[in-house]
Structures are given as structure tokens and as C-alpha cells.
Design a protein around this ligand. Structure first.
Ligand code: CAA
Length: 294
């Protein structure tokens, strides 16, 4: 079960980072987006990340060229059958993931391992729509993928122990630390992180502090690299809303329920950094808190 070629389905915030991390580790990578526009944007993200690495002296121009030469972008699934492992990183929506895995299952040979980068959906529920549930795992990466050192490796009750070990070894081969987790919504990190992020929004709604007070409180008081509202903008408010809805649906516990302010912001198109506005306005340098949120 040697992995040489990796397919990545989705070239958004997570997919582009996963594709880059795999190419940096020496794998041949085929990354697929649904149209040329999204593919172009995703590949540009990778190029600009590497270029910043060159500027910072962390990446050599030669390494950048090599990494880019190992990456192939496509808008069709036709090339996926050559992959030993396909990692899905599309929108956090079960129907969309089912559709993708059914299509991949129909064209990929039996040996191909499937992985989902889901942060909250059930690995088991995805695995069972394929004819290879024993070759199906979760590989949950963290944003920004090229820098963050963790991958949660998730097994379903149907995952074969051998495939699980291959997946954990693959995560380690990317220079990441694999943490093993059972198929319970949110796994380890989001189980703890999501209620914290939602509580930060509730604190803002309840007037405990301003956007800046809440962020600076956690950054300076607890030594976090960024405050919770900055982190929400970074992860994406639409993504966090989807994760919270899924976790609330699974556990029916208030701590996972998305607060009304989060819902309103998503409805208004305030998705965070990617849309230019969330708790902060990124058209300004440095970004300023958006007035009138509560
Ligand atoms: N290429 C190579 N290296 C780079 C780079 C690039 N383009 N950009 C930065 N780096 C390096 C820097 O040189 C630096 O290295 P040293 O430590 O050796 O000096 C390091 O990466 C950190 O970069 P910076 O100093 O520029 O920036 P920073 O200290 O502000 O760190 C950060 C940036 C890593 C994003 C940090 O702010 C952080 O850890 N934030 C929290 C991120 C987080 O919590 N992510 C998880 C989100 S949850 C999730 O993803 C899962 C989910 O399901 C919701």
C-alpha cells in the first residue's frame, strides 16, 4: 500500500493547503476543483504562500519550483484513478461529499484509499456510500495547513487496522504529528475548540467585552497566537456555522448551538478574511473591528 500519488478534491482554503503540504513532502499531487476560476484561485494561493516563504527565507526558489512541478490542477475527476490516496476537501456538506465519493468509487481502482478532511461529519456515514468502507479514513488538517503540525487520523468501525496505520504513517510523512481519534463529531480538537469559539461570540452578544477586548484577553491572558474572533475570521464564519450546526445536530447540546449573531453574519456575507469582512474589516490595514455588529 505504498503512497506515491495523492489526489486532492477541492482547492479552497483547506484543499490548497493539503495539496501544497503533500507536494512539499515529495508526493505527486493531482488537485481538482469544479471550474477553472476556482482552480486558478486555489493554485494562486499555493504559489503566493510559497512566494511568501521565499521572501521570509524559509523556502528556497528551487524548492518552490520543485513543489509546483509536483502539482497538477484539473477540473475533472478523470485523473483520480492513478492516485493511491484521494483526500476530499470540499464544502462541509454531507450530500456534496456523498456525491463526490460515489463518483470516485466508480472510477478508482480497489487499492485507492479514500480520506475525508471533514472536521465534523461522520466518517462512517461517508464510508458506507462506497464499496470500500474498510479503505476509508478521516485525515483532518488544520489551517494554515502548510504551517500547522497536527493531523487528526480518524477511524470508523469499518476502517481496516492496516489502512489506518498507512494513513497515520502518511500524516507523519508530511512532517505532521498524527493524533488518533474515533469517529465522533468534531474529533478531539473541534470538540474543545468549537464551544470556545461560540462562547466568544456569546460574550460579544452579551456585552462582556468588545471584539478587541475579547481577542486581546485570550491572546495576552492565555498566550494564544490569536484571539477567538480573529480565529473565527481566519477559519471562516460560514465554515464554523456549518460545523456548529452539524455538532449541535449530533449531540443536541447548547454548547454546540450557533449563536444568532453568527447566523446573521453568515446571512450578511460576512465570512471572515476570505470575504474581506467578518468581526474585522480586512480592507483596512491593520484590520479594524466592524462597527454595529451587536
Ligand atoms: N512559508 C513558510 N514558512 C512560513 C510562511 C510561509 N509562507 N509563513 C510563515 N511561515 C513561518 C514563519 O517564518 C514562522 O516560522 P518561525 O516560527 O520558525 O519563525 C512561522 O511560520 C509562524 O509565522 P509568522 O511568525 O509569520 O506568523 P505567526 O507567528 O502569527 O503564526 C499562525 C501564524 C501559525 C497562523 C499562528 O497565528 C497560529 O497558530 N494561529 C492559530 C491557528 C489555528 O488555531 N488554526 C487552527 C484553526 S481550526 C482548524 O483549522 C480546524 C477546523 O476544523 C476548524
Amino acid at each position: 500500500m505504498e503512497i506515491k500519488t495523492v489526489g486532492v478534491a477541492g482547492c479552497g482554503l483547506m484543499g490548497s493547503g493539503i495539496a501544497q503540504a503533500c507536494a512539499e513532502a515529495g508526493y505527486s499531487v493531482i488537485v481538482r476543483e469544479v471550474n477553472e476560476d476556482l482552480l486558478g484561485k486555489g493554485l494562486a494561493k499555493i504559489e503566493s504562500f510559497l512566494a511568501k516563504g521565499v521572501e521570509k527565507g524559509k523556502v528556497t526558489p528551487e524548492h518552490m519550483r520543485e513543489v509546483l512541478s509536483r502539482l497538477k490542477g484539473t477540473t475533472s475527476l478523470d485523473a483520480m484513478p492513478v492516485c493511491d490516496l484521494v483526500i476530499e476537501a470540499v464544502v462541509e456538506n454531507l450530500a456534496a461529499k456523498h456525491e463526490l465519493f460515489r463518483a470516485l468509487d466508480g472510477i478508482c481502482p480497489e487499492r485507492t484509499i479514500f480520506a475525508s478532511n471533514t472536521s465534523s461529519l461522520s466518517i462512517t456515514e461517508m464510508a458506507v456510500v462506497t464499496r470500500r468502507p474498510e479503505r476509508f479514513v478521516g485525515l483532518h488538517f488544520f489551517n494554515p495547513v502548510p504551517l500547522m503540525k497536527l493531523v487528526e487520523v480518524v477511524r470508523s468501525p469499518l476502517t481496516s487496522p492496516e489502512v489506518y496505520e498507512v494513513a497515520a504513517a502518511f500524516a507523519a510523512s508530511l512532517g505532521k504529528t498524527p493524533v488518533r481519534a474515533a469517529d465522533k463529531s468534531g474529533f478531539v480538537v473541534n470538540r474543545l475548540l468549537v464551544p470556545y469559539l461560540l462562547d466568544a461570540i456569546r460574550a460579544l452578544e452579551e456585552g462582556v467585552g468588545s471584539v478587541v477586548d475579547i481577542d486581546e484577553g485570550m491572546r495576552l491572558g492565555c498566550g494564544h497566537p490569536m484571539g477567538p474572533l480573529t480565529l473565527l475570521d481566519f477559519v471562516g464564519l460560514d465554515t464554523t456555522f456549518a460545523i456548529a450546526e452539524i455538532m449541535f445536530g449530533e449531540f443536541r447540546e447548547k454548547r454546540f448551538a450557533p449563536p444568532p449573531l453568527l447566523k446573521r453574519m453568515v446571512q450578511a456575507g460576512f465570512y471572515g478574511r476570505k470575504s474581506g469582512k467578518g468581526f474585522y474589516d480586512y480592507s483596512q490595514q491593520p484590520p479594524k473591528p466592524v462597527p454595529g455588529l451587536v
